[in-house]
Design a protein around this ligand. Structure first.
Ligand SMILES: Cc1cc2nc3c(=O)[nH]c(=O)nc-3n(C[C@H](O)[C@H](O)[C@H](O)COP(=O)(O)OP(=O)(O)OC[C@H]3O[C@@H](n4cnc5c(N)ncnc54)[C@H](O)[C@@H]3O)c2cc1C
Length: 543
């Protein structure tokens, strides 16, 4: 709401909902050259919540504009309580789970915080927010649950946001409605802020599952999965988010609502869903989705074998994948990762290969036997307990990561633990493994690797590495050097720098190498076409 004091009295200007998307509905004197309501030209961003003193300026209209603040205007268009400037909320939503951001927070850096956290409950409210942001040139950082590990949901860099103003965080977590479930089609409609564990609890009541089980399932949302192109731990059998996502509703930067109907497949032009998948909040805000479900496994059966070296392990798992045995989980641990994962079982040497079969589909015994025949050709049987142990502890790393990188600092200061998940064709897997391990080891104290998302043509490689320094600052510069060198090694070996964590701010400097100059330019042009004001998650994907 804007108060305009004319010589003959105060006029309250409060545009109706229909007028939110266009400045045509505002009196012309409310606009400066930059099109920012109530903020004199050249003063953009300096005017949050202040009385405007521009009345006497040369060239300014004779009427006095009393600024209630751009945020107040937005708040007046949304249900009460949607816009928060509570200091603790701003602090909590300022960063995601990128290890460098967590390090900076615990070492006490003055990290940029958003001007506000906006928590809409409906798609139309998101449209209101984005229309306002485009009009005012305010950067918007969409946020699901903040479990992203690449700085994709971060309020700004130390150099400030693109527009030189404070960004706002668009927190989707209140958009957490689940349903309806279509039992005939086996699909579920959800709002984007639904957390994975809640979704699975709800679907279990109908004997269904999405089969999308990221390790972060209890700390991540459907919208975050789509935006960051997530893959779950059973993706080898059940597919990743692009296989589960049937339709979506998203809001474009100008507030327009894009509705992509749920269908099993479509040849109606380029798949716009795929444009949104992995866009990390730079092209649109996902507000609703229809996901494919499947019968929920009532139990899992496991095979586990030991291997003398990583190449033998990888070749064996490739053969199991190609044999189409119905193993939904296939995992291969190098020797270091096997120690970390199975040390509790007194595992001492060698690599470990796991195959997990959901019970339910027919022919399980025969399919398991076929997998076993391949696994035992060069492997030593370890027993189902390895699989059962993994299943039971599959999400423990969420807590371990928080303990190391959070305030507890269980490994002490000067320590960063991070992961790098790349992917490549089988013909490149040995080189990716060797070269990235060498690159990381030049800087890291420990490097472990596993294969966890397998395809007939290739695999992901998931490296976990530990950086140490005399203090946090030394650890930070070592960390940067490690990423630089490992990203280069990945590119040289023909891999992609990310299989499922996305790019964020962390990998933005490496994206052009992967896409090529032309590919990067295509992305820039798409961004500019959809988001001419440049408000959507600046500096994410591209620096
Ligand atoms: C311990 C740990 C384990 C993990 N394991 C896995 C794993 O197994 N598999 C996996 O895929 N990932 C994993 N992750 C990474 C992370 O959980 C995923 O990237 C997840 O998809 C992020 O979801 P989120 O809701 O937390 O999104 P956020 O972190 O809040 O956001 C991620 C990105 O998406 C954007 N975004 C969020 N919501 C929306 C929306 N509705 N519309 C538009 N843009 C949006 C944000 O701007 C940001 O760029 C793990 C993370 C941790 C910390």
């Amino acid at each position: 709401m804007l108060l305009i004091r004319h010589e003959r009295g105060i006029h309250v200007v409060s545009p109706g909902r229909a007028g939110l998307a266009g400045k045509d509905h505002w009196p012309q004197e409310c606009f400066n050259n930059a099109g920012v309501p109530g903020v004199p030209a050249g003063d953009e961003g300096a005017g949050w919540a202040r009385e405007d003193a521009a009345a006497g300026r040369a060239g300014w209209p004779r009427s006095t504009i009393r600024l209630v603040s751009s945020l107040d205007i937005l708040a007046s268009r949304l249900p009460g309580g949607t816009v928060s400037t509570d200091p603790q909320t701003l602090h909590d939503r300022a960063i995601d789970s990128w290890s460098l951001a967590l390090l900076r927070r615990v070492r006490g850096d003055d990290l940029p915080e958003p001007a506000a956290v906006i928590s809409p409950a409906r798609t139309e409210e998101v449209a209101t927010v984005l229309a306002w942001a485009s009009q005012t040139g305010t950067a918007v950082i969409p946020r699901g649950a903040g479990s992203g590990v690449c700085g994709g949901a971060q309020a700004g860099t130390q150099a400030g946001t693109q527009a030189g103003t404070q960004a706002v965080v668009l927190d989707l977590s209140r958009m957490n409605r689940i349903g309806p479930v279509d039992l005939e089609s086996q699909t579920v409609e959800v709002q984007a802020g639904v957390r994975g564990d809640r979704l699975e609890e709800e679907l279990a009541k109908s004997g269904l599952t999405t089969g999308h089980y990221p390790q972060s399932i209890a700390i991540s949302t459907v919208g975050g999965w789509i935006a960051a192109s997530s893959a779950g731990q059973a993706s080898t059998g059940f597919g990743a988010i692009e296989d589960v996502l049937l339709g979506l509703i998203a809001v474009l930067p100008d507030g327009e609502i894009l509705r992509l109907r749920p269908v099993p497949r479509s040849a109606a032009g380029p798949d716009l869903k795929k444009l949104i998948i992995g866009s990390e909040g730079t092209l649109a805000v996902v507000t609703e989705a229809t996901l494919a479900c499947r019968a929920r496994p009532t139990a899992w059966e496991w095979l586990a074998f030991g291997y003398p070296d990583f190449t033998t392990l990888a070749t064996t798992l490739k053969d199991v994948k190609r044999a189409e045995t119905g193993a939904a989980v296939l995992r291969g641990y190098d020797e270091t990762d096997a120690q970390l994962g199975f040390g509790a079982l007194n595992h001492t040497t060698g690599c470990v290969g796991l195959a997990g079969f959901p019970s339910g589909p027919p022919g399980l015994d025969a399919r398991k036997q076929a997998a076993q025949a391949i696994l035992q050709t060069q492997g030593t049987e370890l027993g189902a307990r390895y699989g059962e142990h993994w299943w039971q502890h599959r999400n423990d790393a969420v807590q371990t990561y928080a303990q190391i990188m959070g305030p507890e600092r269980s490994f002490g200061p000067g320590v960063i633990v991070d992961t790098m998940e790349v992917a490549g064709l089988w013909s490149n897997v040995p080189r990716l493994y060797g070269d990235i391990q060498t690159a990381l080891s030049a800087h890291a104290q420990a490097v472990a690797c596993h294969l966890s998302h397998l395809y007939p043509s290739g695999s992901s490689l998931y490296f976990t590495f530990l950086i140490t320094g005399a203090d946090d600052h030394e650890a930070e510069s070592t960390y940067r050097a490690a990423w630089q060198r490992a990203a280069h090694a990945c590119a040289e070996a023909g891999g992609t720098i990310t299989h499922h964590h996305g790019v964020g701010r962390l990998k933005a400097p490496f994206l052009e190498t992967e896409l090529g100059a032309t590919g990067a330019h295509v992305l820039t042009r798409i961004r500019k076409a959809l988001d001419p004001a440049g408000i959507m998650n600046p500096r994410v994907l591209q620096p």
